[in-house]
Design a protein around this ligand. Structure first.
Ligand code: MIC
Ligand code: SF4
Length: 642
């Protein structure tokens, strides 16, 4: 039986375990990436593990999220990260160089390699034919130290693309169509492999838009073949030597097939407040728009911005609309500047922001009360814009530009001829904003500011857990609900005691106070609990508040791994209907926890009602040991000491 691309790359990288769907294997990781909002914790943990120098082929530390220096916290974090990068042998992408995923695609991603990154959109590099996976900072710290990354081998879904996109229909519309069909839960437990004759019509940056937003499907990662498109992109980046062909065997087997005829697609848009709430743009035409934001790791490569510039050239943004644009990288910024496209954007009234995540993570540009904001981003979770409630829509740069000119949602196909923008034969290449680490960094002092606090740890797991059910939530709870980001909270990412004051405040502002007063307790949730980002703060801060276990109908992948890493037991209801037998405020107890972990299940007693409920775990033998030790750091240190 032949192999898929996914199987080929994974098999080349397995260092531990048996290669079978559903089995946990350890993978050798070639590259890692971290960004500043998760990177401080990753490097604090790397330091705690006590390894002298990274052991990957390449590790890159990016500054792109916390770009508002309203006080000393963010700049201190930047300085800490720059010094740890030099100290431990990591390339450092300075603030201003761009969004980690865009820069990594341009300058570092390599077909056939493995990458893990402390950011859920790391699969962007799947557009280059890489197995690129988002993970918690601690998992990335372990990989930087040369440790394997453990993963249950997911099933592989083949998406067969045929036909060719029509004018004004874009890669963003392909992934929005996938979200419409599969929902934000549809990719959980899957890797999505794109193939078919339609693939060759898509450039690497277009492919990267699709693999980027595979994160919103809940997929472990998504990947495209490495072909002539990949070769020409790499050659235009002066990296032709990094090219290697990658295609599935003709008789490759997949666990599921999906067909998409590109020529049948039309412009799509995700409505508030979930990326899968997708309709065609036609269906909501005429909706008044007040803000348009172009950028983010989904839609900020050169071709996207050049097309927006061509659409806006010689015109002016509608008076009711405020439009911003954040170039994905310094390379992109420099390109639109040299070609004159930047001037066209400025002349049209676009507010140019620096290269970084910006409004996508709520670092400025919160929309006005009740306003409709159209964003080319990947997430529109409630409150993520910084305004609550908000009305945030996700669409292509073309649809965004059309709305910016007209003040209402309009099918971009009505704008007339699609602007022809030729892909560059050569990008402007200048890596002068990437600091190469010295060969030996042992003399380099790591610089810490007062906001950088040690990573809290936990005692070994006790055999009996009891406490209050502090919060009961529903389905699709995101890590933005659990641990909000934005301009007020991001500066606290390296200070767990301070950031823990914000846990769940968007759902219930009394949560942190109640959790502390009760000495911790339990959380109950529905399906796909913890979807969205990789931020381990959504596990670490609840751990700090004394959360002992989270009991839900099902988990999202990265958050599940983060809960394990920080010693909070991720339980699932054996019978999802038992969710109804628990109410906020009930007293709960679980006896025989340690044996229960070994056996994969235990009974939860609801002391308030007398109900006894079967709850189960889905942990590998390795994860059981981590849970018992009180989390990954304690486990790693214990393993090193024994
Ligand atoms: C996001 O898009 O939510 C983030 C901010 O990039 C996160 C990482 C973080 O919370 O720092 C992600 O996607 O993992
Ligand atoms: Fe940055 Fe937004 Fe991409 Fe997250 S999704 S990495 S915040 S641009």
């Amino acid at each position: 039986m032949g192999s898929s691309i996914v199987q080929k790359i994974l098999q080349e990288h397995v260092v531990e375990g048996k290669f079978e769907t559903g089995e946990e294997v350890g993978l050798r990781i070639d590259q890692t990436l971290t960004q500043d909002a998760t990177g401080t914790m990753a490097f604090l943990q790397f330091e705690a593990i006590g390894i002298d120098r990274v052991r990957t082929k390449r590790s890159v530390s990016y500054i792109d999220h916390n770009m508002l220096q309203t006080s000393f916290e963010n700049p201190d974090d930047h300085r800490y990260l720059q010094s740890t990068a030099s100290r431990y042998g990591v390339y450092f992408s300075r603030p201003g160089n761009g969004i980690c995923h865009q820069v990594h695609l341009e300058r570092f991603a390599v077909p056939g390699g493995t990458l893990i990154g402390s950011d859920s959109h790391t699969p962007t590099a799947g557009g280059m034919g890489m197995i690129a996976i988002g993970a918690g900072g601690l998992d990335v710290a372990v990989a930087m130290g040369g440790g394997a990354y453990f993963l249950k081998i997911p099933k592989v879904m083949k998406v067969n693309l045929t036909g060719r996109l029509q004018p004004w229909v874009t890669a963003k519309d392909i992934i929005l169509e996938m979200l419409r069909r599969l929902t934000v839960k549809g990719g959980v437990g899957w890797i999505v492999e794109y193939g078919g004759p339609g693939v060759e019509t898509l450039s690497v940056p277009e492919r990267a838009t699709i693999t980027n937003m595979g994160a919103e499907l809940g997929a472990t990662t998504s990947i495209f073949p490495s072909d002539e498109q990949t070769r020409s992109f790499l050659e235009a980046q002066d990296r032709g030597n990094d090219w290697r062909e990658l295609k599935p065997d003709p008789d490759a087997q997949y666990d599921e097939h999906i067909e998409i005829d590109l020529s049948q697609l039309e412009p799509m848009i995700a409505q508030p407040s979930m990326p899968d709430n997708v309709v065609s743009v036609r269906e909501i035409e005429g909706l008044e728009v007040h803000q348009v934001c172009v950028g983010s790791c989904t839609n900020s490569p050169y071709m996207d911005l050049a097309r927006v510039a061509a659409i806006l050239k010689g015109k002016i943004i509608h008076p009711q609309v405020s439009m911003t644009l954040s170039p994905g990288s310094k390379q992109v910024f420099e390109m639109i500047s040299r070609t004159g496209e930047l001037s066209d954007l400025i002349a049209a009234g676009v507010r140019i922001l620096e290269s970084g995540c910006g409004p996508c993570i709520g670092m400025g540009q919160a929309p006005p009360t009740g306003a409709v904001t159209l964003r080319t981003f990947n997430r529109n979770f409630a409150g993520r814009t910084g305004t609550s409630p908000d009305k945030s829509y996700l669409c292509s740069p073309e649809t965004a530009a059309a709305a910016a000119l007209n003040g209402v949602v309009i099918d971009p196909r009505k704008l007339g001829d699609y602007p022809i923008v030729e892909p560059p034969k050569k990008f402007i290449i200048n890596d002068n904003m990437v600091v190469t680490p010295p060969v030996d960094g042992r003399d380099i002092e790591v610089l810490r500011g007062p906001n950088i606090k040690p990573v809290p740890t936990k005692d070994p797991m006790p055999d009996q857990l009891e406490g209050e059910l502090l919060l009961k939530v529903g389905d699709d709870i995101t890590t933005d609900h659990i641990m909000p980001a934005g301009a007020k909270v991001l500066p606290l990412r390296s200070n767990i005691p301070a950031i823990s004051e914000h846990v769940f405040v968007r759902v219930d502002e009394t949560f942190p106070t109640r959790a502390k007063a009760a000495g911790g307790g339990f959380i109950v949730g529905g399906l796909n609990y913890g979807q969205g980002s990789s931020r381990e703060h959504a596990a670490l801060a609840p751990m700090y508040l004394g959360i002992k276990a989270v009991i839900v109908k099902s988990f999202a992948r990265i958050h599940f791994a983060n809960l394990v890493n920080f010693g909070i037991i991720p339980f699932e209801f054996a019978d999802p209907a038992d969710y109804d037998k628990l109410n906020q405020g009930d007293r709960l107890s679980i006896a025989g926890v340690l044996e229960g972990l070994d056996k994969g299940g235990v009974f939860l007693k609801n002391e308030s009602t007398g109900a006894s409920i079967r709850i189960v775990t889905n942990l590998s033998p390795r994860q059981i040991k981590i849970m018992k030790a009180g989390g990954m750091l304690a486990y790693t240190k214990g393993a090193a000491g024994s």
